[in-house]
Design a protein around this ligand. Structure first.
Ligand code: KG4
Ligand code: ZN
Length: 332
C-alpha cells in the first residue's frame, strides 16, 4: 500500500509517504526547535499553533517529494499518542479529514511503536528483539516479538534519558535541545574526570532513574567557585554522558542476557548519541549479540517511522473510527 503518515506529537511537524511499510518515498520534518529554544523547552500552546501553520505545507511537500498525488494514497497512518494533546490533535484531525474526504482507511498509532520499529525500514532484523526506546519523553526496554507484540520489561521511574540531557545542558547554560550539544562537548572531554552516580545499576530489575544524576550534576555545579567553562565543561559533559550511557547499556544487555535475546534495537532521539552508539556496539560484541540503530533521520521524531505498523494494521483490515481521539498518556 501507499501510505501517508503524519506525526505531530511534540515539536516536529512531519509527513511521509511510505510504500509497503518499508520503502520511504519522502519524510519531511519541520522542526520548531528555534521557536522553543528561547524558552529552554517545548511550550505546548506554541507547539500546537506551529503545527497548525505547518501541517498542510509539510503534507504537500511530502507528496511532492514522493512524486505522488493525493489520489494515489491508499491509507493514512497518524500518531495518536502519547504526547502533547494539542499537538497530537493537529496531526490527528488532519489525518481524519483526509481519510474522510478521500474515503481512505485510517490508523492511529502509538508514538513509541513507531520508534521501535523504525530500524526495520533500513535493515533486516529478525524477531524477537529487545528495543531500548530513548527519547525526550521515554526510556523503556521492550521485548518485541512481532509487530503489535510488545512486552515492557523496564522503564524510567522519573526523568527520561533525553530529558536528563536537556536539563543538564540547560543548567550549565548550553541551550536547548541539549542532547546534541552535550554529545559534541563530551567528545572532547575526559569521561572519568567526575564521578557521577549510576542509579539503579545494581538493582535486580530493568528500570532506570535519571533524576539522581541530574541532581548530582546540579550539586557539583553549585560547589564550584565560578561558572564551569572550557576544558572543565567538556569534562563535565563527558562524565555526565558516560554515567547515562553506562546505565543504559549495562541494563539493556543484562535484559538481553536474561531474556535470551541476541538482538538489540536502539531507537528515539537519544539513539543519535555517539557515546551510546559506541558503548552499545562494544557491549554487543562482548555479549556475542548484535545492535541496530536507525540512521539519524529515523531516530528522532519523524512520520516515516509510522509506516511499518501502519502498513501492518491496515493490511490486516484494521480501520480506526473517525471519532478517534488523541491520547496524551498511553502505555504501549
Ligand atoms: O525522539 P525525539 O526526537 O523526541 C521525543 O519523542 O522526545 O527525542 C528528542 C530527545 C531530546 O531530549 C534530545 O536532546 C535527545 O533526544 N537527543 C540526544 C541527541 N540527539 C537528540 N541526546 C543525546 N545525544 C544526542 N546526540
Ligand atoms: Zn519520539
Amino acid at each position: 500500500m501507499l501510505l501517508l503518515c503524519i506525526e505531530s506529537s511534540c515539536d516536529e511537524t512531519s509527513a511521509a509517504v511510505v510504500r509497503d511499510g518499508r520503502q520511504i518515498l519522502s519524510n519531511v520534518i519541520a522542526s520548531q526547535v528555534d521557536v522553543h529554544a528561547r524558552y529552554g523547552g517545548v511550550v505546548p500552546e506554541l507547539a500546537s499553533r506551529k503545527h497548525v501553520e505547518a501541517i498542510s505545507v509539510v503534507i504537500g511537500e511530502a507528496l511532492e517529494r514522493a512524486g505522488v498525488d493525493l489520489n494515489a494514497i491508499q491509507g493514512v497512518a497518524v500518531t495518536r499518542g502519547p504526547g502533547l494533546v494539542g499537538a497530537l490533535l493537529v496531526g490527528l484531525s488532519t489525518a481524519k479529514a483526509i481519510a474522510f474526504a478521500r474515503d481512505l482507511p485510517l490508523v492511529g498509532l502509538h508514538h513509541i511503536e513507531g520508534h521501535i520499529l523504525a530500524a526495520l525500514m533500513e535493515q533486516e532484523i529478525a524477531f524477537p528483539y529487545l528495543a531500548l526506546a530513548v527519547s525526550g519523553g521515554h526510556t523503556h526496554i521492550y521485548r518485541v516479538d512481532g509487530i503489535g507484540r510488545y512486552q515492557g520489561l523496564g522503564r524510567t521511574l522519573d526523568d527520561a534519558s533525553g530529558e536528563a540531557f536537556d536539563k543538564v545542558a540547560k543548567l550549565v547554560g548550553l541551550g536547548y535541545p541539549g542532547g546534541v550539544l552535550i554529545d559534541r562537548l563530551a567528545a572532547q572531554g575526559n569521561p572519568d574526570a567526575i564521578d557521577f552516580p549510576r542509579p539503579l545499576l545494581h538493582q535486580d530489575n530493568f528500570d532506570f532513574s535519571f533524576s539522581g544524576i541530574k541532581t548530582a550534576v546540579l550539586n557539583y555545579v553549585r560547589r564550584q567557585p565560578g561558572p564551569i567553562e572550557g576544558e572543565h565543561l567538556k569534562d563535565l559533559a563527558a562524565s555526565f554522558q558516560k554515567a547515562v550511557v553506562e546505565v543504559l547499556c549495562r541494563k539493556t544487555w543484562r535484559a538481553a542476557r536474561e531474556t535470551g535475546l541476541e538482538r538489540v534495537v536502539v531507537a528515539g532521539g537519544v539513539a543519535c548519541n555517539s557515546g551510546l552508539r559506541r558503548m552499545m556496539s562494544e557491549m554487543a560484541a562482548e555479549n556475542r549479540g548484535q545492535v541496530f540503530f536507525p540512521s539519524p533521520g529515523l531516530c528522532g521524531d519523524n512520520a516515516a517511522m509510522l509506516g511499518v505498523a501502519g502498513e501492518h494494521y491496515l493490511a490486516a483490515g484494521y480501520r480506526a473510527p473517525l471519532d478517534l481521539n488523541a491520547v496524551a498518556s498511553w502505555s504501549l
